[in-house]
Design a protein around this ligand. Structure first.
Ligand code: ARG
Ligand code: GLU
Length: 721
């Protein structure tokens, strides 16, 4: 009796806390009708679930796409015009930039369709339809099968499902696991390949505040860029051709000029990458104690070196600013995550939950059989995987990602070596030579020898100090011993001997390449270290993969168990880079005692930060002038130009560029970041502190119209007053 009563109370607490946390979650478009639309309507949403996702009529999903490899974008005209973040378009903008035509610094605006710039390799992907295929994927799975057996059967089923789904079409199909393999959805997609750059503000607007303001509020970044999708005569996806015509979408977003008041409904519709909300406390322990602190130190060192060099030279700034931004982005987020989880007492919370869970499993013998040893198995696997994961991270940081940069370059040559070794055809070899030439030019364009050397020395030292001996690549051991840990001396020697330190020599080598040249590569000191590091890394990856497979199986069972443990709770699946809806409201927050952050910023704040002496805060003269004249057109209510706003939507990496939509289904903003105090939301959501940061769409319109003088673009948009 008492037990039952306690259970009821627990259930009540769980239910009421899940109600309180109503804005948490990234929901599945086809299930909105079933699970979410009522709550959304209560929060003010005026449309139906069919308006969000439908296969019978044009719906919002037809206006949202994956942009490039990892961002979201949305259509804003019936002529294929799309908007995404400046940081999502960054690579494309950079690729068209030269010293004379520096679009990153000055911005770029096509003044007619003819002036739009093509971007080979850039694609956008639409979701055509999706479907629950759990039954089909699990067909043939029986109790007592081994993990291998099960995974073989699932893979066969998935292959068949994919094949059948796209038969006779130019679509692509992908089945993705949800709830760690307790449910499966099929996604049928269509990819357009001719995507042209239409406009981008100067970095001093699009990246205003730079890494200083990144992940922070108050924010004043005009983080947007414009592209246009082109299609063949039948509106079909085709590669670039001058004959292509602007894509005619089934749906695009009208743009609202109304802005937001606190409490107004907001919805983000896009592609969140990954979250880990249902993993056990051991996972948080591993990240915050074993992994993040070390990675933070490695990157602190990298940033110190890069920033130092960038401050001294304009050229180095151009070469290293994208690299530094990448390094800094996760570095800063990790710090925020540790802090946020700590403040939430997240590990203790998970542990208390696990204690209740354990009791629950012990209450019933069958349950105990199924779930009784989950947590102790987790404990064991996390203990094993943590050092392997750390080693994996060190290898990436030191050898393959903005560490010893020439090693990453040299790794790219192993394909050439193996092709020649396997007597590949001259055509195959030519193809690789061609791609290597591009890679080499790309590499040296953004490489400064002095900065590179400083990074190399620092990284090799950290590697020696912090990575256990058993993970030291053979070649690294040799160097360490021979040079007695003096990596500066090693580098100086290598500079005289290696192919991979000089663009001219390396290009000449490629241009006059003969099979016998392979020996020269194989003997090269940098290539040898790259090879050796690659071999050790592969071993680490395979150990990691095996342990991770165990974790994934445990996650699957634990997820199922949690859903049985809390039958009254509505579980949203962790992010997996599939299209999701998160809803919430415009809202400020209290970052610390006695401080309240308003939910929006204005151009006044840009001007407060203005400082020509600080690179990140150097406001363009034209913008200052518009500010002085208050020349804001119809975009600024009450004479103040809005810039960014906060809301409570649950978002993560990949949601960059996502449309932020109001109750009427109109575009009010472009999501681009989260606020510092809430970045732990990938692991645990705190409704008090978690906020997504969006660009106010009116700031984008103002910049296009008043700053860039590209107002003609507004003619094809639908503006709602
Ligand atoms: N924090 C945002 C995201 O995770 C923006 C990153 C780009 N901006 C930057 N200053 N590094 O992608
Ligand atoms: N800036 C992130 C992105 O590029 C979005 C911010 C976040 O992680 O929520 O996807």
């Amino acid at each position: 009796m008492i037990r039952k009563f306690i259970r009821l109370i627990v259930l009540f607490i769980i239910l009421s806390s899940s109600l309180l946390r109503a804005d948490e979650g990234m929901w599945i478009p086809v299930l909105m009708e079933k699970f979410n639309i009522e709550i959304m309507k209560e929060k003010g949403f005026k449309l139906s679930a069919e308006d969000i996702y439908s296969i019978n009529k044009a719906s919002m999903k037809d206006a949202v796409m994956i942009f490039g490899g990892g961002c979201t974008a949305e259509l804003i005209s019936d002529r294929g015009l799309l908007i995404t973040n400046h940081h999502c378009g960054y690579r494309s903008i950079q690729s068209h930039s030269t010293v004379d035509n520096d679009y990153l610094t000055n911005g770029f605006w096509a003044m007619s369709q003819e002036e739009e710039l093509t971007n080979p390799g850039l694609t956008v992907t639409f979701l055509k339809w999706m479907k629950d295929v759990t039954g089909e994927v699990l067909k043939g799975i029986e109790d007592g099968m081994s993990e291998e057996e099960m995974s073989d059967i699932k893979q066969e089923n998935i292959d068949r499902i994919n094949e059948e789904a796209i038969e006779g079409t130019h679509f692509t199909a992908q089945v993705k696991p949800f709830y760690y393999g307790n449910q499966y959805f099929l996604f049928v997609n269509e990819t357009y390949k001719d995507v042209r750059l239409v406009g981008a503000p100067p970095s001093a607007i699009g990246k205003f505040g730079g890494d200083t303001d990144n992940w922070m509020w108050p924010r004043h970044t005009g983080d947007f860029s414009l592209f246009r999708i082109y299609a063949g005569k039948e509106n079909e996806p085709v590669g670039y051709s001058p004959d292509n015509v602007p894509f005619k979408p089934e749906k695009f977003f009208p743009i609202s000029l109304k802005g937001t008041e606190p409490g107004d409904f907001t919805m983000v519709f896009g592609y969140p990458g990954s979250t880990y909300e249902y993993v056990p406390s051991f996972h948080l322990q591993m990240l915050t104690r074993d992994i993040y602190p070390e990675l933070i130190d490695v990157r602190t060192k990298k940033l110190e070196i890069m920033q130092n060099a960038m401050e001294k030279s304009r050229i180095v700034r151009i070469q290293y600013s994208a690299k530094a931004a990448g390094v800094s982005n996760s570095w800063k987020r990790w710090k925020g995550e540790i802090r946020g989880l700590d403040k939430l007492d997240a590990i203790a919370k998970k542990q208390a939950y696990e204690e209740r869970f354990r009791e629950w499993t012990h209450e019933d013998s069958e349950r105990n059989q199924l779930y009784g040893n989950l947590l102790s198995r987790y404990d064991k696997v996390y203990n094993e995987i943590a050092p392997v994961r750390l080693a994996r991270s060190y290898f990436r940081e030191v050898f393959f990602y903005n560490g010893v940069e020439n090693i990453s370059l040299a790794s790219g040559f192993s394909k050439l070596v193996s092709l020649v070794g396997n007597n590949a055809s001259p055509e195959e070899i030519d193809e690789v030579l061609e791609s290597l030439r591009k890679r080499v030019s790309g590499f040296f364009k953004n490489y400064d020898p002095a900065t590179g050397d400083a990074l190399s020395v620092a990284m090799l030292l950290l590697f020696e100090e912090n990575v256990p001996w058993k993970y030291h690549p053979e070649e690294f051991k040799r160097i360490m011993e021979k040079f007695d840990g003096n990596y500066q001396a090693w580098i100086e020697k290598v500079r005289k001997k290696s192919l991979f330190v000089n663009e001219k020599t390396l290009l000449e080598f490629l241009n006059s390449f003969k099979s016998s040249g392979v020996k020269k590569i194989e003997k090269d000191p940098i290539f040898r270290l790259a090879q050796s590091a690659g071999e050790t890394y592969n071993g680490i990856l395979s150990d990691y993969g095996e342990l991770n497979q165990e974790l994934v199986s445990l996650h699957r069972v634990y997820m199922k168990a949690q859903m049985e443990f809390e039958p009254g709770k509505l579980f949203y699946p962790d992010a997996n880079f599939s299209l999701r809806v998160s809803y919430g409201e415009a809202k400020g927050y209290e970052p610390r005692d006695a401080v309240f952050y308003k939910h929006y910023t204005t151009l006044e704040g840009v001007m407060e930060k203005d400082d020509p002496a600080i690179y990140d805060y150097n406001v363009p003269e034209k913008l200052r002038e518009l500010y002085r004249k208050k020349d804001y057109g119809r975009y600024a209510p009450d004479g103040k130009m809005p810039v960014c706003f906060l809301a409570t939507n649950h978002t993560t990496g990949g949601n960059s560029g996502s449309p932020v939509i109001n109750a009427e289904g109109h575009l009010i903003g472009i999501n681009f970041d989260r606020a510092w105090e809430g970045v732990m939301s990938d692991l645990m959501f705190n409704p008090e502190q978690c906020r997504n940061i969006s660009l106010d769409i009116r700031y984008a319109l103002f910049i296009i119209d008043k700053f860039a003088g590209a107002g003609y673009l507004l003619d094809e948009m639908t503006l709602v007053e």
